[in-house]
Ligand binder design. Structure first.
Ligand code: ADP
Ligand code: RBF
Ligand code: MG
Length: 159
């Protein structure tokens, strides 16, 4: 995939409300505009990378891009699970991510337990891959040094 690493940013919106959080795997959903802007060579599937909420710390993440075959969604989604325990929800806040690498295609499962086991193993892989020096480098990218309030100001000034 030539577009990797892929940087993008957008507000966190309400997702499908399936209680992923209750399963211990909350996923912050991006709006349609961010999903529609994905380059054609970023195929659906599971990715790992770095993520940051507003001007907070940078955390490891896993992201699912696609139609969630297990649920057979009709709308393509980009859902990010940050590998960090947050005290509070962050709906409406700005999420900045860099997709660093691809783990696997999305697939269907015969039970919710199997889906959760697969996600747990994705998280383990992401943790390991992101410790590699060439991946840690991306965490230091200037993309993450731009404060989101600066971006808000830039947007305001341009209109
Ligand atoms: P929804 O269907 O609205 O996306 P989820 O059950 O997937 O609901 O929960 C996602 C929300 O949980 C996020 O939008 C965010 O506000 C919050 N959240 C808390 N911790 C995390 C985390 N570690 N990763 C992603 N989202 C988190
Ligand atoms: N949904 C699927 O239908 N198939 C998958 O293979 C799949 N893999 C996922 C991997 C990760 C790392 C994450 C965060 C989500 C994945 N999902 C997948 C999406 C999942 O169905 C969604 O987050 C649900 O809301 C979990 O209950
Ligand atoms: Mg979600």
């Amino acid at each position: 995939m030539r577009s990797l690493p892929y940087f993008c940013r957008g507000p966190v919106i309400r997702g499908f409300g399936r209680g992923s959080k209750d399963l211990g795997i909350p996923t912050a959903n991006f709006p349609e505009s961010v999903v529609d802007s994905l380059p054609a060579d970023i195929s659906t599937g599971i990715y790992y990378g770095w993520a940051r909420v507003d001007n907070g710390d940078i955390h490891k993440m896993v992201m699912s891009i696609g139609w969630n075959p297990y649920y057979q969604n009709s709308k393509k989604s980009m859902e990010t699970h940050l590998i960090h325990k947050f005290k509070e929800d962050f709906y409406g806040q700005m999420l900045s991510v860099v997709l660093v690498g691809y783990i696997r295609p999305e697939r269907g499962f015969s039970s919710l337990e199997e889906l959760i086991t697969a996600i747990r193993s994705d998280i383990d892989e992401a943790r390991r891959y992101l410790d590699l020096p060439e991946h840690i480098k991306l965490k230091e990218d200037t993309f993450f040094r731009t404060s989101t309030s600066t971006i808000d100001k830039q947007i305001l000034n341009n209109h």
